[in-house]
Design a binder for this molecule. Structure first.
Ligand SMILES: [Ca+2]
Ligand SMILES: [Ca+2]
Length: 465
């Protein structure tokens, strides 16, 4: 049946309608809700934006205030600096003006005066205020011009002074450098020349000494041959010098008391060794079994002396009086008497030293100019005695035959004295490489224990035929 169908359809439609209405209401509620939420969010965002904008505005305001303050402080500072600089500049300008005025006056621009601050040629009849202003302007301009001119003068003078100072300094430095170089060169050249001269002088002196020594030795050998004494027959190879018979002056009046008085003594002829006995000569006696070795093989500065070939021609030392006597006996000779020794040393004229009366340290090996130890025998040919005996002053003291008698020179016989008949000490003569001038005198006497064996004492021999 249709009717219920219709009703049913109507009911169905109604339900659909209600459902649609409900759906629409629901949608509208949802939309309203969404709208509300959107509006809240928008309000919120707006409030936040407003807050941020306010904060930014405040920050900007603070920064601007700070900048303004900083700018004001900087401006104040700059103004203050500028004021200070201006004051300083003004003071300098015033000083410059003053100094410039003085300089101009000193420079002879007499009567110079700063420009008159009030120009006299103000137009008559003008307004007094205008005239004053004009005069002030003219004065200011003139003052400015004067300051500028003075500043220029000053700057130029200062520059010139600096330049001159630099030039002077450079010239002085250059002169000093040149002077130093030249003086160094001169002193080096002078040193070299002096050294060359000294070398040449030394070489000449050495050559002269050697030539003199050679000539003396040849003369001694010739004299020996002329006197019938064959040099080759002398067992130790010694050369002897001859002292003819005759009187001589012995002792002195102004020396030590044991040398006094000076008295005349006659001696027979004799021959005496030219030099002190050497290490090499004495070694032959030791080798021959006739002499005992020196008590020490050293010398004062040399650990090896007696046996060292370098000192073969140096005087033998560390020998006693008995050693000396034994050697001379082995060599066919004897020790000289004290009188013979003194005559051989000083000749007949009573001279003080072997070479004369004037002391000359270069003629003998003494402590005054010697090398501080023995030298080769005969190394001082300029110190030869009148008979050609060498080292009668210095090198080593020399044993003589006599006993020592302190008063012997007062009581000595006038002919061929032999010394006291007895005694405790013997005599050494002539001084050594240690002593000073006084003990190198030919008249000086020293008493010495005969058993002493000493680094300063040697001997020479003599003979009479
Ligand atoms: Ca001597
Ligand atoms: Ca004395």
């Amino acid at each position: 049946m249709p009717e219920p169908d219709l009703i049913q359809r109507q009911r169905q439609l109604l339900r659909s309608f209600r459902h649609a209405v409900a759906q629409r209401t629901q949608a509208e509620a949802a939309a309203e809700d969404k709208h509300q939420r959107a509006r809240q969010a928008a309000d919120q965002a707006l409030a936040q934006a407003q807050q941020e904008a306010e904060a930014q505005r405040k920050a900007a305001l603070a920064a601007a205030e700070a900048q303004r303050k900083a700018a004001r402080a900087a401006a104040d500072q700059a103004r203050s600096r500028a004021r200070g600089a201006a004051d300083q500049a003004l003071a300098q300008a015033r000083d410059a003006e003053q100094v410039g005025r003085v300089s101009l006056q000193e420079a002879g621009i007499a009567g110079w005066q700063p420009p008159d601050p009030a120009p006299p040629s103000a137009p008559a009849g003008a307004d007094p205020a205008a005239r004053l202003a004009q005069a002030a302007a003219v004065a200011a301009g003139a003052a400015h011009d004067a300051r500028t001119a003075l500043a220029s003068i000053f700057a130029a003078r200062a520059a010139a002074a600096r330049l001159e100072q630099r030039l002077r300094y450079a010239a002085a430095v250059g002169a000093v450098i040149v002077l130093v170089i030249v003086s160094l060169a001169i002193s080096a050249w002078q040193r070299a020349a002096a050294e060359r001269r000294a070398q040449a002088a030394r070489a000449t002196a050495t050559a002269q000494v050697q030539a003199t020594a050679t000539a003396q030795a040849q003369a001694a050998r010739a004299t020996m041959e002329a006197m019938g004494l064959d040099p080759s027959a002398i067992i130790d190879g010694a050369l002897l010098v001859f002292v003819p018979a005759g009187e001589f002056t012995m002792g002195s009046d102004d020396g030590d008391s044991d040398e006094q008085p000076a008295h005349t003594v006659y001696l027979d002829a004799f021959a005496i060794d030219r030099t002190e006995v050497t290490n090499a000569q004495y070694a032959r006696c030791v080798q021959a079994g006739a002499c005992r070795p020196p008590s020490s093989s050293s010398s004062y500065t040399r650990a090896n002396y007696f046996a060292d070939p370098r000192y073969a021609d140096h005087p033998v030392i560390y020998v006693s009086w008995d050693d000396a006597r034994a050697y001379c006996a082995w060599a066919g000779r004897r020790l000289p008497t004290e009188a013979e020794w003194e005559k051989a040393a000083r000749g007949t004229d009573g001279r003080t030293y072997p070479w004369g009366d004037e002391w000359d340290a270069s003629r003998a090996n003494t402590g005054e100019a010697g090398p501080g130890d023995t030298t080769p025998v005969g190394a001082y040919p300029q110190g030869a005695s009148p008979y050609g005996a060498l080292d009668m002053a210095g090198n080593v003291w020399e044993w003589v035959a006599d006993w020592y008698g302190e008063d012997y020179y007062r009581e000595s016989p006038g002919e061929n004295p032999l010394g006291p008949a007895s005694g405790t000490d013997r005599v050494v003569r002539g001084g050594s490489w240690v002593i000073i001038q006084r003990y190198a005198r030919a008249a000086d006497r020293i008493s010495y224990s005969p058993d002493s064996r000493d680094y300063r004492v040697g001997f020479r021999c003599a003979r009479s035929d």
